[in-house]
Design a binder for this molecule. Structure first.
Ligand code: SDX
Length: 439
């Protein structure tokens, strides 16, 4: 009997099936069977065949990807093979975006060309400002961001030519270039401030800070500070991609229908908006603010253990160890606060982490701080309102979403429209009852 197989006996029929076990490039990281191999297991000829039931896709590989590698048990994260710790220390967000999309680090000439193309495209269509002005000033920034990204698809009809690789790359550059401008205009609109145009002579991150904070009283010194610019660059690197998370799976799902990338990325941003996903950075900071002081932590922990609330910024579907990004962000928080001034919430966060990591409830469930636990403290220190926190996450994750979309669109074998099956548990067939006869 071949070793790399599963022998399955269907006890309903006594039939035995031999199912091949598939290994990826790294066998030590698990093996799988093709779900379609289950369909041959039937009780009769007209039986549809066996399916796998997996709500939340907790144990299902949906694709083979070469972009990001995560080892949840060992707390490892690599983009195209490069450890996140090295990229955070030595790279820049735009270089990481190039790496995710092209699969290699750029040469000087490639990086110069890439940077120029992006920085030259940061200006957005003037009509989009009218669209932004239609939102209430108190509209949640992420709702504005999601809506505006979707609206952009109406300005670029050629983006529908998703089967043209050159067109895909043009839209990829356009989207990476325009998201900082949309994010900054969203913020400026909420403050009732005039929009600041991008300046092609500035770097990508400095442009973003300038569009956000220029001419805003009390913010000038923030965006002129190189420590702040570097902190945002590193935060964007850390948030750039994370393999098949909820929002990236959404991007791939919408992309599989051959929708244009603006519609797909708007859907992905909508998924990231969720409080269990990218909305957790806002929830985590609001949670720390509600706790307020170290003295209130024990009572809060009790409420978590009684399932009355969740410890936002903790836990992860994949990481069952410390999220490597959280380690880097935790260190960065001290550097930023040295520049912007102390924030007592960092002490509450550290004490909360210390108590939680020594509590059996969290140890048993392998709950550790994730990327969202400390990032909100830094965003708050940089002067962002909490509703901008998920927008900052989405701005960075745009590079990841697009790299996965390009990988999907470039793979004709895997590029099948996503259409899962279901287990129907509703009513059996029944006759229509006229209104007068209904009780
Ligand atoms: C991100 O997928 C990604 O990669 C996402 C992300 C990315 O970069 O794209 O890493 C970004 O989304 C990070 C996660 C941000 N979300 C939060 O911080 C929200 C709080 N965390 C959770 O709600 C939760 O941990 C999830 C959603 C992140 C993961 O949930 P799972 O894997 O579905 O786990 P679960 O809900 O089934 O929980 C298992 C147990 C349960 O306890 P019991 O029912 O067994 O008693 O752990 C408990 C849960 O109650 N639990 C928590 C908890 N997270 C899980 N208990 C308290 N606080 C928490 N945060």
């Amino acid at each position: 009997m071949a070793q790399d197989t599963l022998t399955v006996t269907d006890n309903r029929t006594g039939k035995v099936y031999v199912i091949p076990i598939r290994y990826g490039t790294y066998p030590e990281y698990g093996a799988s069977i093709s779900a379609m191999d289950l369909r041959q297991i039937k009780v009769s000829e007209n039986d549809f065949g066996l399916l796998s039931f997996d709500p939340g896709l907790t144990n299902t590989e949906t694709t083979a990807s070469a972009i990001t590698f995560i080892d949840g048990e060992r707390g490892i994260l690599r983009y195209r093979g490069y450890p996140i710790e090295q990229l955070a220390e030595k790279s820049t967000f735009l270089e990481v975006a190039y790496l995710l999309i092209h699969g290699k680090l750029p040469t000087f000439a490639e990086f110069t060309d890439w940077t120029n193309k992006i920085v030259q495209n940061m200006l957005i269509h003037e009509s989009i400002k009218k669209f932004l002005d239609g939102f209430h000033s108190n509209a949640h920034a992420m709702g504005v961001f999601v809506g505006t990204l979707g609206a952009k698809s109406t300005f670029y009809p050629a983006a529908k030519n998703v089967l043209d690789p050159k067109q895909r790359m043009r839209e990829t550059i356009n989207i990476i270039a325009s998201v900082p401008t949309i994010a900054a205009y969203t913020y400026r609109h909420s403050c009732g401030l005039p929009y600041v145009y991008p300046d092609p002579s500035l770097s990508y991150i400095y442009n973003f800070l300038s569009m956000l904070f220029r001419m805003q009283p009390g913010k000038e010194e923030i965006y002129h500070n190189p420590v702040i610019e570097r902190a945002l660059d590193v935060l964007f690197i850390l948030h750039a991609d994370h393999e098949q998370n909820c929002s990236t799976t959404t991007m791939r799902t919408v992309g599989s229908a051959l929708s244009d990338p603006y519609s797909a990325i708007s859907a992905a941003a909508g998924a990231l908006y969720g409080q269990l996903h990218g909305g957790a950075n806002q929830e985590a900071l609001e949670m720390l603010s509600q706790i307020g002081t170290k003295e209130n932590i024990p009572a809060f922990i009790e409420r978590v253990k009684n399932h009355e609330t969740r410890l936002m910024g903790f836990g992860h579907r994949v990481y069952k160890n410390y999220d490597p990004r959280a380690k880097i962000i935790k260190k960065m928080a001290d550097q930023v606060l040295e520049v912007t001034g102390p924030d007592p919430l960092i002490d509450v966060a550290r004490e909360l982490e210390c108590i939680a990591l020594s509590d059996e409830y969290f140890i048993k469930r392998k709950l550790y701080p994730n990327v969202d636990f400390y990032s909100g403290i830094i965003y708050k220190a940089l002067g962002f309102p909490v509703d901008m926190f998920p927008v900052l996450f989405a701005l960075a994750r745009t590079a990841g979403w697009l790299s996965h979309w390009l990988e999907l669109m470039g793979n004709e074998d895997e590029r099948k429209i996503v259409r899962p099956r279901q287990q129907y548990v509703g009513e059996d067939v029944r006759e229509y009852v006229p209104m007068d006869d209904r009780t």
